[in-house]
Design a protein around this ligand. Structure first.
Ligand code: DX5
Ligand code: ZN
Length: 218
């Protein structure tokens, strides 16, 4: 069974103090930092690029940077994010790019690799790629913005992915991203999520979220 991981998303932090945001994650005793990259094509927003990651990696050499590429052409940026210090690179299934090759390239660079789907993409479309990833992530909001409400069928989608993992006898992590709160996190963990992204909930309601997760982590 995979250990439970909380990966705060610094998208919800004060963007003038991203270094301090990672410091806050570290001081909470956590290791994973979720780093959201948006290209204004795959999603209607822009966020941070490799130069931000490089500086955060210099400041925090021991943290695990979980890099979520919301991009139409993620394969053109694997090198840049790997050299900048990514620990794991997450690519989406939806855009048209050489997905299998990209997953392989990320592994060949010695990083962990994740695959991600949007809320309306069927969980079963992940199946052909699951043997080749360390983590599969379900977006639980439409990607592009923090602070949205979790989709209604999150629980069912997590359970479906967990069932698929059992049937395929694999042990990739199941990560969820978007709209996680202290109120809904227990149900997500019970359904099978073991890696929890939280932006707004971590940065605005830290104690409630940490308490809710601690209650599930026994
Ligand atoms: C959305 C991002 C998420 C987002 C999560 O496109 O991928 O990581 O920042 O933020 P909250 O937890 O605020 O929904
Ligand atoms: Zn994300």
């Amino acid at each position: 069974k995979n250990s439970l991981v909380l990966a705060p998303s610094i998208l919800a932090a004060d963007c003038a103090a991203l270094g301090d945001a990672v410091g806050k994650i570290k001081n909470a005793g956590l290791k994973w930092v979720h780093f959201d990259v948006m290209d204004a094509h795959f999603v209607p927003n822009l966020s941070f690029g490799p130069q931000f990651l490089k500086r955060l990696r210099e400041l925090y050499p021991d943290m695990f940077f979980d890099v979520h590429l919301m991009m139409d052409n993620p394969h053109l940026y694997i090198d840049a994010f790997a050299s900048a210090g990514a620990s794991l690179i997450n690519v989406h299934l939806e855009p048209d790019f050489p997905l299998a090759e990209t997953l392989r390239e990320i592994h060949l660079k010695g990083l962990k690799v994740g695959i991600t789907i949007k809320p309306k993409t069927s969980v079963f479309e992940l199946a052909p790629y699951l043997p080749f990833v360390d983590l599969a992530m379900l977006m639980t909001v439409e990607p592009g913005f923090g602070g949205q409400t979790i989709v209604e069928n999150a629980h069912e989608r997590i359970a479906a992915l967990k069932k698929l993992r059992e049937e395929m006898k694999l042990n990739f992590r199941i990560e969820i991203d978007g709209g996680v709160t202290a109120q809904n996190v227990s149900n997500c963990i019970k359904a099978g999520a073991d890696t929890i992204v939280a932006g707004t909930a971590f940065f605005k309601h830290t104690d409630e979220l940490l308490a809710a997760i601690a209650a599930e982590n026994k």
